[in-house]
Design a protein around this ligand. Structure first.
Ligand SMILES: [Zn+2]
Length: 266
């Protein structure tokens, strides 16, 4: 785990990159920001979490770090020990954790529940969607208070690194670490943010070829085929919004069903 700091004092704000080693966008954005070294109004801690997995360009070494919290300093696996260390590192911080996906190119935010932190941070982020993950938060960093996760875009893409940088700038402006006029947030001028609540995962049956037929955040209606395994279509028993759905992004699930629950006004 690599830790850097911008500004003087004990940070109450943290940015975490590379929870997953094959999602380098956050690290690139952190390095870009540190190289620019903007004047910080409040100190900020930057954490590159899973350096071992990052070096090998793999999601994890022993197990998924984002299912290993709270972790254990004496655990047998690298990620379980790392989860313990990372949780301690960000314990007293309002934290942004950067990810990327195989499912969706646009950036969006994830929070455990829409609380005061989510309400104050999300409107500053270049996103038009925030997803509540409470039902599926077990073992994830997002389960901790004051943590906002961001999906920056497609894994290994240039755009995801650009989006990650804009997300960090928006987050640091929201938390008062960067002056409001220091770095304008790029992306669309979002006046409101749609809120979705994550529901049940969509399991994959054993197959060689997987296909997702639906678009993420676009409503799938009852009776519609939304995915296929070896050509066998999966049909929606009831309508839902697909979230984080991709053919090969996860080992055991296509992604998640979600419902649209409202709008967050900025
Ligand atoms: Zn990730």
């Amino acid at each position: 785990m690599r830790i850097e700091q911008l500004g003087e004092g004990t940070p109450e704000i943290a940015v975490v990159a590379a929870i997953h080693g094959d999602e380098p966008c956050g690290v690139r954005a952190v390095e870009r920001l540190l190289a620019e070294s903007p004047a910080a109004e409040r100190p900020v801690k930057f954490v590159v979490a899973n350096e071992k997995a990052l070096e090998r360009d793999v999601r994890y070494v022993d197990e998924d770090l984002n299912r290993a919290f709270p972790g254990d300093a004496d655990a047998d696996t690298h990620e379980r020990r790392l989860a313990d260390a990372l949780a301690r590192e960000v314990r007293d911080c309002t934290t942004l954790s950067l990810h990327s996906t195989q499912s969706y190119a646009e950036p969006f935010a994830l929070v455990d529940t829409i609380d005061a932190v989510a309400r104050s941070v999300c409107p500053y982020l270049p996103v038009s969607v925030v997803v509540e993950t409470e039902a599926e938060s077990d073992g994830r960093l997002i389960e901790y208070p004051h943590v906002v996760e961001a999906e920056c875009g497609l894994q290994h893409s240039e755009e995801a690194a650009e989006n990650a940088y804009d997300l960090i700038c928006g987050f640091l402006t929201a938390t008062g670490a960067l002056a409001d006029d220091a770095e304008p947030v790029a992306g669309d001028d979002c006046e409101s943010v749609d809120v979705y609540r994550l529901g049940s995962p969509v399991p994959k049956t054993e197959a060689d070829d997987y296909e997702v037929l639906a678009e993420n955040f676009e409503r799938v209606t009852e009776g519609e085929a939304f995915a296929a395994a070896d050509g066998e279509e999966l049909v929606a028993a009831e309508s839902f919004y697909p979230v984080l759905m991709s053919a090969y992004g996860y080992e055991n699930v296509f992604g998640y069903r979600a419902e649209r629950i409202g709008v967050l006004e900025s």
